[in-house]
Design a protein around this ligand. Sequence first.
Ligand code: HEM
Length: 219
Amino acid sequence: SNVDGIPLTNEDIREEIDTFTFEGHDTTTSAICFALFEISRHPQVQEKILTEVNDVINFSSSNPIKIQDLNKLKYTEYVIKETLRLYPSVPIIGRKIMSDFKYSHSKIGDGVLPATTEVYVDFFNTMRDPDNYENPEEFIPERFENMKMESAFVYLPFSAGPRNCIGQKFAMLEMKMILAKVVSTFELLPSKESIQIEYAVILRSYNGFPVIMKKRKVY
Ligand code: HEM
């Protein structure tokens, strides 16, 4: 394979595989864990997911689950979106500016960032900013029901612009599938402990995800 007529080196190929492996695996793991934690603390949310999943999916049938089924899990999608708002798996990204960058901003004024400056985009704090969200610290999946985004740069767990996440549609399907299966098999209950967020390359918790899982009765 080549880019602009120049073949990829072995190192280029290794970096691509690295990106797919880590962006593709640890990110969804992180989001699923935070989602299970929040669901265990919000029984009404859990009840709504369960009702929706039972309406759409029959796990005891041998028919395979289809993408069309997963697309019907609207509320479950709001739960995942709200999880990624509060706990973006990739909390911050960095860039190095290659040529002088002029900016003009209503709050910080005008200026120039000279070439070679390193800049960081802080998704985590942007999505907890009270200027962008009402009650930003609260877990409210319903906020996505009628959400009109004022700007594409207010909700951005998958980044924005030409280098945004290439795997986001796949990630959403994977996370829906896992949450649907876990919530319909287990009742999630809170244990006393809370979590301590670790602001790392991929968002984590220092003390794991204390959730009690109780097998649901099958009738
Ligand atoms: C909850 C799940 C996910 C989240 C929150 C997420 C988030 C992101 C973010 C923020 C970026 C931009 C990184 C940067 O600019 O430095 C990115 C890029 C990328 N993601 Fe994801 N991602 C997720 C799942 C996935 C999955 C499942 C795959 C692949 C199967 C994937 C593949 C990639 C790749 C290849 C890039 C680089 C794209 C480019 O540079 O053009 N991601 N992701």
